[in-house]
Design a protein around this ligand. Structure first.
Ligand SMILES: C[S@@+](CC[C@H](N)C(=O)[O-])C[C@H]1O[C@@H](n2cnc3c(N)ncnc32)[C@H](O)[C@@H]1O
Length: 363
């Protein structure tokens, strides 16, 4: 079996690959591949830059489909179908599949393979960069994704506008480990805190690099991401900017982080912009800059003096018992509480002019 294609389809696919090979014989793809010493796989040069590592083990493909809990009524979104090894299994299990694939050569092979099996009516192919594509409605995501876009892709899924049951993703093992970390774990990090605010993440299984053609340098894991039914009522841009600050320096206490001069100056200017841009918003419709309103939730003022602003910043931490705490040890509830205390004190982390969505999770 080559590229995971079954023998009976191989003959038909082979002619496609041959044509592709000839058409590409003078192309940049071929020149680049040859310069790197890569060999064509049955007439098709696979791009490392597009994460083209094809999963060929049927047992693992079956296990992925089983663990994703596909129902016969489901529309499944597959990202990066490649030559269709996983797609064929999904087409058998689901009502229909929407596959987003960037590489035209893969799309040609996939189309042919799917029509050979009479599944063409069940498959919609979107030939685009998944990060630049609006998704149609879908129930589930099941995909062996290109690892170099893991972070923005997970962000797009969990912070995007689509509602879905779960995303079963084959990811680089190290990335999965970071995604699975919990508050209190030594490696709890910004990726995990941001994803787990809005979704639950479960480990499914490990997959050895030997199961791919060509084998990548690293092992992989399958994880299942399930969006939470009830999302916390927090301004997402403000939250992402807040966690970027909190998790920027490993293992520092909040007190030492927020005392840094650079951080104070940055937050001073963001808070000024934040207050201005929130006028008329739900934060405070009447607040004037430098005007303190001492009511509950109405402490919207920004000191023009950096030292007074720093006092206010650190004051929020001290008076609420956060000064000596480390962000990696805090649960979501505590982090959300701290953010709301800062905002009530007129301290903001995002100017609400620039957009930090949806590509904002760290690698
Ligand atoms: C790891 S391979 C998986 C192939 C196939 N699903 C399998 O398991 O054998 C990743 C696939 O994603 C495609 N891809 C890479 N970057 C992409 C992007 N930005 N948008 C859509 N597809 C992409 C690659 O061309 C490749 O076919």
């Amino acid at each position: 079996m080559i590229l995971g294609l079954k023998n009976q389809t191989l003959g038909k696919i082979k002619s496609t690959r041959f044509l592709l090979f000839r058409r590409n014989s003078h192309s940049r793809v071929r020149r680049d591949a040859e310069a790197e010493g890569r060999k064509p796989r049955d007439g098709l040069f696979l791009h490392k830059s597009k994460g083209q590592h094809l999963l060929t083990n049927t047992r693992i493909l079956d296990a992925i489909v089983r663990s994703s809990d596909v129902r016969p009524t489901d529309t499944v979104l597959e990202i990066g179908p490649g030559t269709g090894n996983l797609t064929m299994k999904l087409l058998e299990a689901a009502h229909d599949v929407v596959a987003v694939e960037i590489d035209k050569r893969m799309v040609e092979i996939l189309r042919r393979r799917v029509s050979d099996h009479g599944f063409e009516d069940k498959l919609t192919i979107i030939q685009k960069d998944v990060l630049k594509t609006d998704f149609p409605e879908f129930d589930l995501v099941v995909a062996n994704i290109p690892y170099n876009i893991s972070s923005p892709l997970v962000a797009k899924l969990v912070y995007g506008s689509n509602t879905f049951r779960s995303a079963t993703l084959l990811l680089q093992k190290e990335f999965s480990r970071r995604l699975l970390a919990n508050p209190g774990d030594s490696d709890f990090n910004r990726l995990a805190v941001n994803v787990k605010l809005v979704a639950d993440v479960d480990f499914v299984m490990n997959v050895s690099k030997r199961e791919f053609v060509p084998p990548p340098k690293v092992d992989s894991s399958v994880v299942r991401i399930r969006p939470k039914e009830v999302k916390p009522g927090v301004d997402v841009q403000e939250w992402l900017a807040f966690t970027r600050t909190c998790f920027g320096k490993k293992n520092k206490t909040l007190g030492s982080m927020f005392r840094q001069k650079k951080k104070v100056m940055e937050l001073l200017s963001l808070s000024k912009a934040g207050v201005m841009n929130r006028k008329g918003s739900h934060f405070d419709s009447d607040a004037e800059e430098d005007e303190v309103e001492d009511g509950e939730n109405h402490f919207l003022c920004v000191d023009s003096d950096a030292s007074m602003f720093k006092e206010r910043l650190v004051g929020v931490l001290i008076s609420n018992g956060f000064e000596e705490k480390r962000p990696s040890k805090l649960a979501h509830g505590e982090l959300l509480h701290l953010l709301s205390l800062f905002n009530q004190a007129g301290i903001f982390f995002h100017d609400h002019i620039t957009s930090s969505l949806p590509m904002d999770l760290p690698e």
